[in-house]
Design a protein around this ligand. Structure first.
Ligand SMILES: [Zn+2]
Length: 62
């Protein structure tokens, strides 16, 4: 995957990465006992625009 390294809104080049955790975890709809996965987000450190959201462990959903 091509890395995003510039904010499309403000042009800032400092993109940082965070995570949705706890209640914001993504759960498979059909697997009741799965622990699901955190969601990684890349966002602009200046204006906060989220440039990329990515499920951390997509293999859990197969
Ligand atoms: Zn920005």
């Amino acid at each position: 995957m091509k890395a995003i390294n510039e904010c499309s809104a403000c042009g800032n080049k400092e993109i940082v990465q965070g995570k949705f955790q706890y209640e914001a975890r993504v759960q498979p709809i059909n697997k009741k006992f799965s622990t699901g996965s955190d969601v990684l987000v890349d966002f602009c450190s200046n204006c906060g625009l989220i440039l990329l959201m990515k499920v951390e462990n997509p293999e859990k959903f197969k």
